[in-house]
Design a binder for this molecule. Sequence first.
Ligand code: SF4
Length: 353
Amino acid sequence: MTDSLLDLAPAAAREKIVAWTAERGLPGYRADQINRRLWTSPVGSWSEATELPAPLRDALEADWPLPRLAVASLETSADGTRKFLWRLADGEAIESVLIPSGARRTLCISSQAGCALGCVFCATGRMGFRRNLTPAEIAGQVREIILRDPTDRPTNIVFMGMGEPLLNWPAVDVALTILNDPAGFGIGARHITVSTVGILPGMEALRARPEQFRLAISLHAARSDTRLGLMPIEKKYSLGAVLTEAKRFGRRVTFEYVMIAGTNDRDEDADRLARLAQPLGAHVNLLPLHPGGAPGLAPSSGNRMRAFAGRLQSAGVEAVIRRSRGLDINAACGQLYVEMEKKRRPSPTAPAR
Ligand code: SF4
């Protein structure tokens, strides 16, 4: 972890600032003023914190620079979904998707650059793993959105962008605190969802936190053999073990289920899924496969999805077909990055990520 204040949970950052201001003989209220500018009322650089004297702003800039994420591209969909591709300091790129829906603004954030897990239906999986994000880069995605326009302040956060959050637990752990703490963004824990393929140690760590963060499990198949064909992680953390840990979680979980024609969308798949979801009281999100995201796989038809949802519902399972948002801007996990890379490297012999 770096020395940036933005890599620290608000209480730890405050301690550093209190010590730093005390060393300089500054009055106590200066620490509060500085602290506010990290998350609750953020500034892009200390020079913008005009309530502070200029020499103090310069000293902060020298000792505690505020790292930023640069917008490499921004696309807006006809349905209002906005997709940000951020360029990180070392040149890596990650993305966030802001999805407005009435008064709610859900921001889908990334936790890693790339991903090592290679789910066959996922564009990020095809990029491979680049690196873990720092807490400042994870929470920074929210910070940047607010800096651009405070009226865009997200009301809900989902860790469903690039990467597997529970394989970057130390940074995600801190980022969750920043997102939820009133001295951070103050977003209610029930409005923050961590989505995982089922990394058991990470699920245990999330369960150990006292806040009511929500857990979504990328199930995508109700049989171990089908799941293994879609998600190599099944070999390490099997469906059965993931479901056992989901039961231990003690709060209602959501199953994410991307519907792939002829692979996981038959009536018998629905019945099997119902048998897994029902005892857990799990909510099922049925997701249309993103058309460009998975070569060789076809999305289930609308009729098939409705029939599948109906079967789950008649078995007493709450199942919802999620609309695909931002289809015209490729707003699915990893899509924008892959599009950018294609443009940057048009050669057909360029290695696939
Ligand atoms: S779906 Fe999630 S876990 Fe699977 S490859 Fe994509 S980013 Fe990684």
